[in-house]
Ligand binder design. Sequence first.
Ligand code: ZN
Length: 92
Amino acid sequence: MSETEMSDTNALCPRCAHGAIEHIFDSPVPGVWEVLQCGRCLYMWRTSEPARRTRRDAYPAEFMMTPEDIGTAPEVPAVPPLRTSAARTAAG
Ligand SMILES: [Zn+2]
């Protein structure tokens, strides 16, 4: 519960309904928006995007994923983190 403390309005992943949502970025002006990412299907969204992209109950059903979908999805290469001055910390 340490990384999701800033947002309680998007508790579930819109795509797969997973509950472990990671906080990725904040807006340059604090409090305007956040970028969040699902810990399971890696769907990423910004909180200021339309409800169809940010809310499970408004997300298009044809794009929703189930755990079975994720388990059978082909492997894709991981995308390294973006290089930004704010994120350039010696993590790990
Ligand atoms: Zn997800």
